[in-house]
Design a protein around this ligand. Sequence first.
Ligand code: HGY
Ligand code: MN
Ligand code: MN
Length: 409
Amino acid sequence: MARADQLATHSSRPDGIERVYLSPEHRAVNHLAAGWMHEAGLVTWEDAAGNQCGRRAGATDELPAVLLGSHLDTVPGAGRYDGVLGVLVAIEVAARLRDAELPFALEVVAFGDEEGTRFGTTLLGSRALAGTWQPEWFELVDAAGIRLADAARAFGLDPVRFADAARTSDELLAYLEVHIEQGPKLEFADRALGVVTSIAAAERRVVTFTGEARHCATPWELRHDALVGASEGVLAIERIARSRGSFATVGRIHVEPDAVNVIPGLATFSLDLRDETADGRDATWDAIHHELQAIAGARGLDVAISSTHVAPEVVCSPSLQAAFSAGIGATSDVDSDAPLSLFSVAGHDAMAVAAVAPVGMLFVRCRGGVSHHADESVRESDVALAIDALEAAVLQFALTYSHDAAEPR
Ligand code: HGY
Ligand code: MN
Ligand code: MN
């Protein structure tokens, strides 16, 4: 808990936590995490994409690894546990297992960019590790117009070498991530921990309504107000997504010419749309898209839409779900009922790592389900249970892995 408080002091702003990819704050927390990884008995290195890594070899050095971890970057005005808790719990479990005989290597990773706060595209660190980095991402620019490639060089990385961060499926047996739930389900059920079944399918878009910028003296019947059209669209998005059990958020909106006495000629907003499945997400989008076009038509507006991020749902490996269930069962928090399983609406690095290894996630209760806010809070007793559960899950996985490995082919 003290380490989470210490990491929280590394922020680019005085009024809250903000720590973005390839920033001085990223450099500072990689250094802290490397020190703690070293204390846990791990050999440490920073990979070619700026992820902080640690490894404890297995019985022999070339064994594949079980990878534990999460991310250290944040959204603007973040809490101190999103991502951070998973990295610190992973380091603690590595320390506990430093002398354990394991049939695989144990690695810990602190990803440098899960949120996409600086460059807009998410999961950059974990997609570099998964080998799914896209070369066009080097051309992404931040709010100051700095290209990702230049930010990487300033951070001490070489864009040409980013591909060296990629790990193969031969090297990784599994990825296990502990994360705060960022929702209220565990608290409602009075549970400390929960097993993640799948991570929601997501798509991010930019929706732009175009009308006519005119004097605010323009009579009603002659107006083509882009902001009123966009506003009707935002309310339609809420109504349609809610009625279909999808999650839709308009987090940003921009208006032009953005003057008090001019009817907006342009209004452009972000849309983050998620659902348990890609089919559900796409069906909700079809209904929304139809309604946005109807609104534009009725108001004499144009509407343009672009997609900026798409991710299918990721199903957590059944064997890793079982390992986490066993892990929860081994903690002192064991309830008479089976551990709670739930799907994650929030996105996680596990979505990216799934391209190269089976993934499992363990959720930890957070107060009021609050996250992406300074009020983010966890109980120390729940964190203690999460460390016990992750340690037990790794040992459970080792048992089944050794057993399967011993099986005659
Ligand atoms: O967007 C998400 O769900 C995550 O916090 N990046
Ligand atoms: Mn987050
Ligand atoms: Mn997170």
